[in-house]
Write a protein that binds this ligand. Structure first.
Ligand code: NAD
Ligand code: TDX
Length: 348
């Protein structure tokens, strides 16, 4: 089998780095180019285990920079586009412009680079289930459902999906879109709920649970997401959208997940601090139908109880990874966003 070059954007982030580790491990023919701007969320430590591989190359490139993309895109067979501004809470502030710019403009520039320099490549747009907005139980939208994004983040992701599919229709490029539910696991930036709550609990800092914790997310281990991506790159059809999700039964509220984390650490719920109004437009429930990708042969392999336990253990064992992240600009964001609730913040 010939070598295949995967161009991964955002490969120093949470999911992209998992994907790179997985593809190099699973496919001995794979060559990987990782293009990442190294924003606050991009961390070279996430790919430290493979950075010496002769099959891996990294370049600090902004996906909005068409000229900077050219030489990389022209060498690629497959483009997996993870790079994005990904945190909903940052998008509800004055930072929203960066979400439109990166998530829409970056997707456009990458597609345009492919159209000009490598039109034979395959392009996977990594999307999110948040584009469907709040879903009333027991509904599960399929891929044809109306898009009703609530936050500037999810609106920018919905726009990016449309831009991607327009390149398939208009220019005949091989483009597909995946829309996954909430991921969790190692190397997730500790601004997202699960790593934030685990690391705060480990540091005896309050756990800021929004709006009573009744909201439902369909948590999926990041490795299960990456396996679905691998499957789609081989078996997905051009022009198609594929939902990816765990379809947790029973569904888990944020309060349930918080309790699971605290139980793993042997802590009581006294550290939970219910916070109201920190997420304007807070979606109550996400859920998707995953029949389409399951019909290709994918199903999640990792149970939520074991998955959370293993995740808690990983953060407990990798303080050296997350402690430096929870200082500097992180702390400035934390204090601005969480306000007085951040008064117990202890890291230097
Ligand atoms: P992340 O924030 O951990 O990583 C994003 C990466 O993109 C970082 O390495 C960052 O440096 C890079 N980046 C940002 N702007 C860039 C630019 N202009 N040029 C090049 N690189 C840039 O995000 P994540 O959680 O790994 O999410 C990856 C993708 O998956 C995103 O597109 C997100 O919308 C999507 N997604 C995430 C989840 C989830 O639960 N985390 C679920 C579904 C879909
Ligand atoms: O401090 C918090 N307290 C809290 O209660 C934070 C950060 C979050 N929450 C709640 C809000 C949500 O209901 O937890 C839930 C999960 O929040 P996040 O971890 O911020 O994830 P979410 O907003 O659901 O989005 C994530 O999954 C879908 C990713 O960040 C997105 O990039 C992805 O598209």
């Amino acid at each position: 089998m010939a070598d295949r070059t995967y161009l991964v954007t955002g490969g120093c982030g949470f999911i992209g780095s998992c994907f790179i580790r997985m593809i190099l491990d699973r496919d001995p023919q794979a060559q990987v180019i990782n293009l990442d701007l190294l924003t606050y969320a991009g961390n070279p430590a996430n790919v430290a285990s493979i950075e010496e591989s002769p099959r891996y190359r990294f370049a600090r490139v902004d996906v909005r920079d068409l000229a900077g993309l050219e030489s990389w895109v022209e060498q690629s067979d497959v483009i997996v586009h993870f790079a994005a501004e990904s945190h909903v809470d940052r998008s509800t502030s004055e930072a929203a412009g960066a979400f439109i710019d990166t998530n829409v403009g970056g997707t456009f520039a990458l597609l345009e680079a492919m159209r000009r320099y490598r039109p034979e490549a395959r392009f996977l747009q990594i999307g999110t289930d948040e584009v469907y907005g709040d879903i009333e139980a027991p509904n599960e939208p399929d891929e044809d459902a109306l898009l009703l994004p609530s936050s500037p983040y999810s609106a920018s992701k919905a726009a990016a999906d449309h831009v991607a599919l327009s390149f398939e229709r208009t220019h005949g490029l091989d483009v597909l879109v995946s829309r996954c539910t909430n991921n969790y696991g190692p190397y997730q930036y500790p601004e997202k709920m699960i790593p934030l709550f685990i690391t705060n609990a480990l540091e005896n800092i309050p756990l800021p649970l929004y709006d009573g914790g009744t909201q439902i997310r369909d948590w999926l281990r990041v490795e299960d997401h990456c396996e679905a991506i691998l499957l789609l790159l081989g078996s997905g059809e051009s022009g198609e959208i594929y939902n990816i999700g765990a379809n947790q039964r029973p569904e888990r509220t944020n309060a349930d997940i918080t309790k699971m984390i605290l139980e793993c650490l042997g802590q009581s719920e006294s550290g939970v601090e219910v916070r109201e109004g920190l997420r304007p437009g807070h979606d109550q429930r996400y859920a998707v139908s995953t029949q389409k990708i399951r019909s290709l042969g994918w199903m999640p392999q990792r149970d939520i109880t074991d998955g959370i336990e293993a995740t808690v253990r990983w953060y407990a064992d990798h303080r050296d990874w997350w402690t430096p992240l929870k200082s500097g600009a992180y702390r400035t964001f934390y204090e601005a966003h969480y306000g007085s609730g951040a008064s117990d913040f202890k890291t230097s």
